[in-house]
Design a protein around this ligand. Structure first.
Ligand SMILES: NC(=O)c1ccc[n+]([C@@H]2O[C@H](COP(=O)([O-])OP(=O)(O)OC[C@H]3O[C@@H](n4cnc5c(N)ncnc54)[C@H](O)[C@@H]3O)[C@@H](O)[C@H]2O)c1
Length: 278
């Protein structure tokens, strides 16, 4: 889908020399110049890092968030850095919120190329404390929203196709303690990713997932104790926790033509934690 030069192919060793979080210093060439993206939950955490990275790669980015004032703030900051961005408010569990944002981007920019379904309302807890309201909220924001993102891609992406990126989780592969609904929702997202890839492949629309491991964001820190962080570290072969930028760089790859024949796939960004039995 992308005719622009992609620096991933020119500088294959870049990641070996890249300082850990130096996204802006080492942003690859503008491989997404002229592209238009929508990122849900884009106002903070992993979503915000994806917004910043896609903008650095040259994309115009729609920032959709429940907290419209935070989305507005992100757009102000991006604009000050010379990027083009638009803010949208709303709950991703509602189909129209996603469809309307994609339609508005298409109408404003003339195209829609990249759909990142990232937002989810998350709570962990014992099985006995799950309520129908909590389960509905997690399924609505984490699973149904991904369906609406795929539907928005089908409705609004153009003849040259596009890329859908669903943020799942390493929890999709784990029997996660206190995470019954979360693990189920994220495993379901991988199913949606595969089925979406099959249906939309003929349209040139790729559908892939990123599965972060433990990643330090404000949202995740609400759900974990310092002891849990230490436990995660001890189980991670790469001996550090993930950063939002780790996830954003992989999303940038899946958005770009460097991954042009990859669809229905997932990439874990977890420092090897899912495979470790330490
Ligand atoms: N942080 C981690 O360790 C981790 C690990 C694996 C997967 N993930 C996944 O990454 C995604 C982002 O996680 P995060 O840690 O950055 O979260 P976060 O809580 O830091 O940020 C989430 C953003 O989404 C917005 N949001 C929440 N509910 C929304 C809704 N209903 N509609 C619109 N916007 C909404 C929030 O306002 C916030 O800006 C989630 O899907 C999460 O499950 C996170």
């Amino acid at each position: 889908m992308d005719t622009a030069t992609d620096a991933h192919t020119r500088r294959p060793n870049e990641t070996h020399t890249m300082p850990m979080n130096a996204l802006h210093m080492n942003a690859p060439a503008r491989s997404l110049e002229g592209r238009v993206a929508l990122v849900t939950g884009g106002a903070r955490g992993i979503g915000r890092a994806i917004v910043d990275h896609l903008a650095d790669l040259g994309a115009t980015v729609g920032v959709l968030d429940l907290k419209k004032e935070l989305a507005d703030q992100a757009v102000t900051e991006l604009t000050a850095q010379g990027h083009t961005a638009m803010a949208f408010g709303g709950n991703v569990a509602e189909r129209d919120v996603i469809m309307d944002a994609a339609a508005a981007l298409k109408s404003a920019c003339g195209r829609f190329d990249i759909m990142v379904s990232n937002a989810m309302w998350v709570r962990y807890g014992p099985i006995s404390e799950l309520t129908p309201e909590m389960v509905r909220r997690m399924v609505g924001t984490g699973f149904e929203s991904v369906i609406w993102g795929i539907q928005a891609a089908e409705a609004h992406m153009g003849e040259d196709g596009g890329s859908v990126i669903n943020i799942a989780s390493a929890a999709a592969f784990l029997g996660l303690q206190r995470g019954l609904t979360y693990a189920g929702v994220k495993a379901g997202v991988l199913g949606l990713t595969r089925a979406g890839a099959v249906d939309l492949g003929p349209r040139g629309i790729r559908v892939n997932a990123v599965c972060p491991g433990f990643t330090t964001t404000e949202g995740v820190m609400l759900n974990v104790t310092p002891e849990m962080v230490q436990k995660r570290l001890a189980r991670t072969p790469m001996q550090r926790v993930g950063t939002p930028e780790d996830v954003a760089r992989v999303a940038g790859f899946l958005a770009s033509s460097a991954s042009g024949f990859v669809t229905g796939e997932y990439i874990k960004v977890d420092g090897g934690a899912t495979y470790a039995h330490l």
